[in-house]
Structure formats: structure tokens, C-alpha cells
Design a binder for this molecule. Structure first.
Ligand code: ADP
Ligand SMILES: O=P(O)(O)O[C@H]1O[C@H](CO)[C@@H](O[C@H]2O[C@H](CO)[C@@H](O)[C@H](O)[C@H]2O)[C@H](O)[C@H]1O
Length: 450
């Protein structure tokens, strides 16, 4: 097609996944994978947006149809060369083709980009597909498939990066390790594209992956919020969540490389934590006043022995766990923290970070209920859930994380610092939740200066 970019820019700016809110995209198509299916041109465009200071690369799958897609008005992008352009995931021709590509290890050649599929187990024949609704940073397509096989979900990554996406590699390793604590991985799609900024002039990364879809399950955030509001005991569920987290850690340590936490590794982790603190102090005045005290907590953590580093979830919170009646807790979304640079997210890290993430999440339950009208005091509920979660983690892992309090506190503070940045950028009304946690943790952990 001659030039689809003019139709795309305005549409991209309105999408949930467009990362630079409030800016007008300045886009250029740098690569394209194209196939013709029954008179429909299916294009996976790699689109660079130079509007932000650091350009962002997006994956924008679109279909170009000679006639309108029935029922596709909500996914209509615009017209070009007399063709009707649609957001690919909403068009069954793209959606079915994507799953097929991942299931058959097909190679697709594009002018500037190449994609290849990888599959662990093929799902059955697709009957229908639909896009998952809700606020998400990526676009997920749910497929109904023929026969006894489970439903399938394919996640289309919108922002692309050079290097493996941990959402794919970590969950695939867990599936290969026989873990039922994640939905079974089916396949993934990677691409190579030109990148003049890299030494070899090429970048390589994940475009999409597919896994078992577990329908009709509530995530733990909703379950916990309802339980806390009603004052229902959650300690057994929290204990089981601790067990599930420890089991995932054990499988990841067995399946993927682990490394000794030597002085260089500890120093690198501290550099990243202090960099984040500096950003938070600059963006959030409430954090600036705690900066020195937090720095002292980090100093204590630095002087303690660190456990061996391994792959972890990286952004574990209650919204990332589904409660299945058959399987118990199942964990999702191993993509890591969206605000952390992608190369850092695939590095071996301290499993205590995931423990800290979940502890923060129980605090968020009581923090958000305290803001409801009328306000609900769930602090005792949250305290009991936090203790039970840690009990479950210790029971399964055999690691006494309470004995590593100084480290756990430092990671909990680091997570709350991250949350303060996240909330100030996305949900300012909730900024008080991580700030109050930092005040409490610092009061408990920061050595006083006389
Ligand atoms: N395999 C799955 N089975 C059931 N629901 C899922 C599955 N994967 C994702 N979901 C649902 O989709 C939501 C978003 O998925 P997630 O992986 O967190 O995407 P994103 O990275 O776009 O936020 C989850 O909170 C969950 O409700
Ligand atoms: O799910 P994402 O990978 O997009 O994670 C980001 O958004 C989360 C909010 O949806 C954010 O989580 C924070 O808020 C949760 C309640 O909404 C709470 O349970 C978490 O503990 C808290 O960190 C997450 O930090 C962010 O990366």
C-alpha cells in the first residue's frame, strides 16, 4: 500500500497502549510483514514514534479490506487507496493467521522485518476470536477452539524492544518445567528489524505469544478487595498464594540460569534502586523528604548477605493471580514492571522482590478501602493476610524470609518508590497509599542518625 501512516497517527494517539499520552505521534513505518488472505491484505507494521524524547517502536497489525468488515466499526482506522483499514486483532483474518503462524513455525519475510514462530504445543482449530476488553498495555485475543483443547489467548505486544520478552520466556520455562502455576504456553512469534542504533544494525524481539486461557476466573485483587470489605478471613488464600509464589520460584530456579549475588551484582541492583529513588524524589515531592532515610535502608541492605539470584515474576501483585477451583492460584503477566527498562527485566534477580510485591498489594487493599466512602478499615485484615502469605512462602520454600528482614524491607520500599512514580503518573488519587507505606517502613527500618 502506498502510505497508511497519515491514517494511523491520530488513531494511535487514542489507543490505551499509546505510551506518550497527550502528544501527537510523529510516526514512520520502518518494517512491514504482509500477506494476502482472500483479498484481505494483512500487514504487521513496525511503526516508530519520534514524538517522545526517546523514540518508541510499536507493533501495529492492520488489515486492509476492499469492503467494510461486518461489525468492525469500532476497529475502523481509516481509508487508504480505496481500502478500509482495521485494527488487526479485531479482524478474524489477522487473529486466526497470527495463531496459525505461532502454531506452524512458519517463516514470514518482510521488506525490512522477518518473523518466525515457535511453538510448544499446538492448540486445536480456531472457531472464533474476540479481543479481551479492559485497560491493558498490550492487546489480547481470546480464541474458542474445537474439541477438548482449552481456550487460547494470544497477547500482541504493542511496544517492541530488542531482546527476549520475559513474559514469553519465563512462562515457557515454567510450562516446560511442568508447572501448573501458569497457563500452559503454546507458542510465540519473534521478529528481526533494522535498527541503526545497534552495532550490528539489527534488533530482534518478541511480537506475540499464546497460552491456555482460563475463562471465568476472578483475579486476586477483586477477590481480596471483596473479602476485605466484607471482613471475610483471607488467611488460607494468602497462605496458598505464598506457596504458589514459592513453587514458581523453585521451578524457575531449576529451569533457568541462577547466579551468585556477588559484589558486582549487589552493586548493580543498588544502582538501579537508587536511580529509581532519584526519579521518584524529582517527580514526587512527598518522596523527596524520605530520600536520605531510604538511602540508609538501602545501605544496610547492601551490607547484608544476598541470596542467589534467579528469574522471578518481577511485578507480582494481586492483579496478576487468578484463583482456579481446580488448580488453585495461577500467576500471570511475567512481563516485569512496565517502568523498568526491558533488558533489566530478564536479568536474574532476588526472589524476595516478588514477596515484597505481594506484601505491598495487601497493603493496597487496605489503602484503597480506606479511601472508599464510607471508608473501610481493613488494616487488621491486611496485616493477617501479609503474615499468612509469608508463612505460606516459608513453608514451601524453606527460606526464612523473616530472618532477611533488612533485605525484605529494602525491596518493599523500592516497590513502594516505584508505585509512587506509577501513581503520580497514572492515578494521583492513590499516591497516598505508597507514600504512607514508605513513611511506615522507613520509621521501622532506617537507622537513626544521632
Ligand atoms: N491465560 C489467561 N487466562 C485467563 N485470563 C487471562 C489470561 N491471560 C490474561 N488474562 C486476563 O487478562 C488480563 C490482562 O492480562 P495481562 O497479561 O496482565 O496483560 P497486560 O500485560 O496487557 O496488562 C489479566 O488481568 C487477566 O484478567
Ligand atoms: O498490571 P501491570 O503490569 O500493568 O502493573 C502496573 O499496574 C498496576 C495497577 O494496575 C500496579 O499495581 C499497583 O496497584 C495494584 C492495585 O491496582 C496493587 O495491587 C499493586 O500492589 C500495586 O503495585 C503495578 O505496580 C504496575 O506495575
Amino acid at each position: 500500500m502506498s502510505n497508511v501512516a497519515p491514517s494511523l497517527a491520530g488513531w494511535m494517539a487514542r489507543q490505551r497502549w499509546y505510551a506518550t499520552k497527550g502528544r501527537t505521534p510523529a510516526i514512520r513505518v520502518i518494517g512491514s510483514l504482509e500477506t494476502m488472505v482472500n483479498e484481505v491484505l494483512v500487514m504487521t507494521l513496525l511503526v516508530i514514534d519520534e514524538a517522545p524524547d526517546v523514540p518508541v517502536l510499536y507493533q501495529v497489525p492492520i488489515t486492509a479490506r476492499p469492503t467494510p468488515l461486518p461489525g468492525g466499526d469500532h476497529a475502523f482506522i481509516g481509508s487508504s487507496d480505496g481500502l478500509y483499514l482495521y485494527d488487526g486483532p479485531h479482524d478474524p483474518i489477522y487473529a486466526h493467521g497470527l495463531l496459525n503462524t505461532m502454531a506452524t513455525e512458519k517463516h514470514v519475510d518482510g521488506s525490512d522485518a522477518q518473523a518466525d514462530g515457535h511453538t510448544l504445543a499446538a492448540p486445536g482449530r480456531v472457531v472464533s476470536s474476540r479481543v479481551l476488553k479492559g485497560e491493558q498495555s498490550n492487546t489480547s485475543i481470546i480464541y474458542d477452539v474445537e474439541g477438548e483443547t482449552p481456550q487460547v489467548i494470544a497477547k500482541v505486544f504493542r511496544v517492541l524492544h530488542h531482546g527476549d520478552n520475559p513474559d514469553v520466556t519465563t512462562q515457557a520455562a515454567l510450562t516446560e518445567g511442568g508447572s501448573g502455576r501458569v497457563p500452559a504456553s503454546f507458542g510465540s512469534l519473534t521478529a528481526t528489524w533494522t535498527d541503526p542504533g545497534r552495532d550490528e544494525g539489527l534488533a530482534h524481539g518478541h511480537l506475540a505469544f499464546s497460552q491456555e486461557f482460563l475463562p471465568g476466573l476472578e483475579d486476586a485483587w477483586r477477590v481480596a478487595l471483596d473479602a476485605a470489605r466484607a471482613g471475610t478471613d483471607f488467611t488460607q488464600a494468602a497462605f496458598d498464594l505464598g506457596v504458589a509464589t514459592a513453587e514458581v520460584h523453585a521451578t524457575l530456579a531449576a529451569e533457568l540460569p541462577t547466579v551468585e549475588a556477588g559484589p558486582d551484582e549487589v552493586a548493580a541492583a543498588l544502582v538501579s534502586m537508587r536511580r529509581r529513588l532519584t526519579t521518584a524524589a524529582r517527580e514526587v515531592p512527598e518522596i523527596a523528604e524520605f530520600k536520605e532515610a531510604i538511602d540508609r535502608v538501602y545501605g544496610v541492605a547492601e551490607s547484608r548477605p544476598w541470596p542467589r539470584l534467579q528469574r522471578i515474576h518481577g511485578d507480582l501483585h494481586l492483579g496478576q493471580a487468578l484463583q482456579s477451583p481446580e488448580r488453585g492460584w495461577v500467576l500471570l503477566d511475567f512481563e516485569g514492571e512496565p517502568l523498568r527498562p526491558m533488558p533489566e527485566r530478564s536479568r536474574p534477580d532476588v526472589p524476595l522482590r516478588d514477596v515484597a510485591g505481594m506484601l505491598r498489594s495487601f497493603d493496597y487493599v487496605s489503602g484503597s478501602l480506606a479511601q472508599e466512602k464510607p471508608s473501610v478499615d481493613a488494616s487488621a485484615w491486611a496485616g493477617a493476610a501479609r503474615r499468612s502469605f509469608v508463612d505460606g512462602y516459608i513453608a514451601s520454600s524453606g527460606v526464612d524470609v523473616r530472618a532477611e528482614r533488612a533485605l525484605l524491607d529494602a525491596f518493599e520500599i523500592d516497590k513502594a518508590v516505584y508505585e509512587a512514580i506509577y501513581e503520580s503518573r497514572n492515578r494521583p488519587d492513590w499516591l497516598g497509599i505508597p507514600v504512607a507505606a514508605i513513611a511506615r517502613l522507613v520509621e521501622r527500618s532506617a537507622p537513626r542518625v544521632s
